[in-house]
Every structure is written in C-alpha cells, then in structure tokens.
Ligand binder design. Structure first.
Ligand code: DP6
Length: 335
C-alpha cells in the first residue's frame, strides 16, 4: 500500500447543481457547468495501514472526531473505495486509513471545499489502494461523496451530465484550461462556518414554487453557456452566470424553510460589481450556498477588481484564482 498525496482544485458552478433526484446516489435534478479554480486547492495524503483499528482524519491540522458527520462522510467514502478494492481482490483492501487534508481557502463557507476535498480523497485513495480506474469512474465515485466533487476530478471548463443512472451521471472537460483565460476574484466577507450545509439545503429544493420553472429552462441555459464559452463571449457568459446565481438564490429564498444566506457584506459586493460594470470594468458575480462570492473577470481587469473589492469595509479578504487542471499527484506528503 502506497502513501499517496493529491492536490485537487475546487470549482465554481456557472450553472448550479441544486436538488437531487436520488439522494443516496447523488443524482442531480439537472446538469451543471463549472470552471476548475487553481488557487483554491486541497492537498490530501492517504495511507491504508494494517495497524489501524479505525480511520483517522485530520483536517487543517486538527483530528476530526470519529463520531462527527464529517469523519463519517470520509469513512463512508473510504468504504466505497475499499469495496471496489475488495471486488478487485487487492491485498489490504480492508485496512483502515490515515487521511490528512488541508485547504488553501476557508472551508464550510460556500467555497466548495467538499468538491476539492472529496475529489482529492477519491484520487488519493484510488492510487493508495492501487486501483486502476478511469477519469469517468473517478467522477462517478467522487459524485457519491459530494456532487461538486464529481466535477473537480476534471480540468478546465467542466460539464456534469445529468443522468438517470449512476453510470450516466458523471463529468467531463468541455474545454481545456488553455481555451480561455478567465480570472476569479473571491470576496470573503466572513470566514465562519455556514449554518446550513449544501447537503441539507438540497433536500428542500423541490419545495420552492419556482423550482419547476427553473428546471423547464435549464437545459437551454446550459446550451447558451456552452456557446458563450465556445465563442469566448465574456459579456454574454457573465450576464447568464450572474442571472443564474440570482435565480438559484430565489429558489433558496422561497424554499421551506427559506434559506437567507447573504450577509450585509454579500450585498455590498454585489453593488460594487454593478458599479464597476457601469464604469467599464467587466466583472460578474456568482454565489453558492453561502455568503462569500466569486467575481469573474478578464485578466486586464483582475488587479483593479481585486483592489476595489478588498477596499470594501465589509470584505475580510480576497483570493484570486485562474482556471485549473485536474487533480495531480505530488511528492510532498502531509505526514
Ligand atoms: C450551490 O456538492 O456541496 O454549490 O452533493 O450534498 O455534497 P452535496 O452538495 P454540494 O452542492 C453544491 C451546490 C452548489 C452548486 C454547485 O456547485 O453546482
């Protein structure tokens, strides 16, 4: 059994995954599109060991209690990987693992740390167990741990195909990162953990009276985003992406129980983005289930967008990201 370390990047959904038609398999109600973000990364080391009596999970330098939801989610996913290794008669397939993980960005704040985290875990566990798996299989395995993670096993511009079965719901790269240089400035307005996880939020999606309206239009919206990316039409892409983020939050606001996730700083950033556009600085915001925002822009505007957002009184800090690649193995282990 080989100790393995993987670096995986998070992503930002341009068209969001919201609502599941199968909660156990994590089959989404609709397809989604994202870009992988180099700069918002997770590094994870995994080692399966005969001497361990249970899985051990450390995140950001802290041991996670085995009874916690987070540790159980990791162990459940390791079981999935171990089951596959057992099917393939790999020696040591029933050993427990030590997992050490760290992020370059705050976790649990709506910046998809479960996406990069579970993608890194899947890749690292697969390599540590010596499993010979394709990118498609890695995507299907990751999806069952976290929907976003199924996109984070790919690079560049990614589409998660909405499938009716586990084998048909996976992600693939639609354009490589070299296709188009888009920048993402993340405005962090709070580093505290969000109160409701995305996993919990998904369960109420269908209760919004607007959910069906969204579903009726989403296939066409996905096509329009793909076309804007293909043509490198930033204005068109930005308009769709910002409107999509607001539509997504209108679902959250009208679900039972309503999810009002924005903080005062969130709205301050939205207003500043609109103001910058009026001044000719092209940038558009998008936001997931949280209060921190992603602002998409072009390389020539990045420095100014970053400066303007950082100067806002309610912005704690900014992070910058470029379009990233799929997870990669690195030689520096975390233990
Ligand atoms: C709003 O992937 O975090 O960020 O599958 O339960 O782990 P689970 O949910 P998760 O949901 C992400 C929702 C979103 C939109 C998106 O990234 O597509």
């Amino acid at each position: 059994m080989k100790k393995t370390t993987i670096q995986a990047s998070s992503d930002i959904a341009l068209i969001k995954y919201w609502g599941k038609k199968d909660e156990v398999l994590r089959l989404p109600e609709n397809g989604s599109i994202s870009i992988i973000l180099s700069g918002l990364d997770t590094v994870t080391t995994v080692e399966f060991r005969e001497d361990l009596i249970q899985d051990q999970v450390f995140i950001q330098g802290e041991e996670i209690e085995n009874v916690s939801i987070e540790a159980q989610r990791v162990s459940k996913h390791l079981d999935r990987m171990r089951d596959l290794a057992k099917e393939r008669k790999i020696t040591g397939a029933n050993w427990f693992a030590k997992v050490v993980s760290k992020n370059t960005f705050p976790r649990g704040t709506g910046l998809s740390s479960s996406g990069s985290g579970m993608a890194a875990l899947t890749y690292a566990a697969a390599r540590a167990l010596g499993l010979d798996v394709s990118e498609k299989e890695l995507s299907i395995l990751s999806r069952q741990a976290s929907g976003t993670a199924c996109r984070c096993v790919c690079g560049g511009f990614v589409e998660w195909l909405d499938g009716d079965t586990s084998d048909t719901s996976y992600s693939h790269t639609i354009f490589s990162k070299e296709h188009w240089d888009i920048r993402d400035v993340v405005a962090v307005v709070d580093e505290g953990r969000k109160k409701i996880s995305s996993t919990e939020g998904h369960t109420t999606a269908q209760t919004s009276p607007f959910f069906k309206v969204r579903q009726d239009r989403i296939k066409q919206k996905i096509e329009l985003v793909k076309q804007a990316i293909a043509e490198k039409n930033f204005t068109e892409l930005g308009k769709i992406v910002e409107a999509e983020a607001l539509e997504f939050h209108s679902i959250l606001l009208t679900s039972e129980v309503p999810l009002i996730l924005w903080y005062p700083g969130t709205v301050q950033v939205m207003h500043e983005v609109q103001k910058m556009r009026e001044e000719g600085i092209e940038c558009y915001f998008t936001i997931n289930t949280g209060f921190n925002l992603h602002i998409l822009t072009l390389p020539e505007f990045e420095a100014e967008v970053n400066q303007r957002l950082f100067a806002l009184p309610l912005v704690v800090k900014t992070l910058t990201a470029t379009i990233g690649d799929k997870p990669k193995e690195i030689s520096e282990h975390l233990f």
